[in-house]
Design a protein around this ligand. Sequence first.
Ligand code: HSE
Length: 437
Amino acid sequence: MEDKKVIKIGLMGVGTVGTGVIKVLLKNQEVIAHRIGADLEIKRVLDKDIERVSAKIKELGLNESILTSDVNELIGDPEIDIIVEVIGGIHPALEYIIKALEKGKSVVTANKDLIAAHGKELFEAASHHQTDLFFEASVAGGIPIIQSMKESLAGNQIKQIMGIVNGTTNFILTKMTKEKKSFQEVLEQAQKLGYAEADPTSDVGGFDAARKVAILASIAFNSRVTDASVYVEGITNISALDIAYAQELGYTIKLLGIAKLENEEIEVRVHPAMIPSTHPLSAVNDSFNAVFVEGDAVGKTMFYGRGAGELPTASAIVGDIISAARNIRFSARGRLGCTCFEHKRIKPIGEIRTKYYLRMVVKDQPGVLASIAAVLGNQNVSIASVIQKRISEENHAEIVLITHAVEEHSLKDAIAIISGLSSVERVENVIRVEETD
Ligand code: HSE
């Protein structure tokens, strides 16, 4: 055991999350010191704009002399044991973290972009220098999912993960459902409330969720999954009408991150999905996140909480700092290394098998339903339920179908043929239906 009385931290970034980290470390410092068996000290804080943050640092109760805009004062300081990176983005965070690992420092990061895209080189550097790289806050903010999967669930073979890992889109879909409003209307409301960014693409396009699911899938299946190999669809095509039909059929629409293992192959995707309204994920509303994990021993578990925000994210980071500090005290850095020791194939989206919801506008005339059913039948797509309704468009009707499970390429082929039928005006939407037993 290393008899360190004080473990020193270099904090990179004093935005919302960095501020939260300082607050939690100071507020709970006594109990944290007992839990580690050593004191934690924030020795240096890095920020590009010292003037902007110096008042904030003082207000938080730290001495402004610890502020620097020179990264070498953190990485090059042999007294600093742990680097906490909360500046975000790929560059220069990647270079800073690699350098810190090369110096043998433990690193704690909240940076999902970086872990999802550059996990391999980061973990190789950590392993090579026998040190720690923790990243609990990179997925679902305050929800303790990474360490749970790496440690508490390590005795399981994980079968599947389904997560609501983006608070912005969950807020939008919840509002659309409750207030029966359009996507655009609710997006504007969310932007005014600060729940959605001025450029909402990363959230509403599903890309933020894809990075988180890539990280979860890599841990779950011991095989590197980068965000580039996640199939992604966002929520911009979901209408209030789809949500109403879903409810009528007993489903809720959520943006899901899905990772499954079937026959030793990985399925990994982010898209809007209908889930039975009785599924625990359908009760996860507003900006909350939840991750549903199924293991062969534990069965089904669900982790629920705040996926973003100053203090919830800081909770995850400080937990990681404590783990890193304990490893330092017990000379056990690098104990929990990279878990990707396999190379499993990732299935292309055409090979996934699921149920589908189809909504189409057709001419209201004899034989239309039969012709659609014939196309589906020819492609081996079996129909589970059908609703037909009159709509305001003269002599037209709306048909909503739920299929039985089918491979996506067959469904896509069927839709291409259906779209070309003279009696079919347009296929309005196709949404995957996730029905796990
Ligand atoms: N933009 C994310 C969300 C939070 O809406 O959940 C940060 O990952």
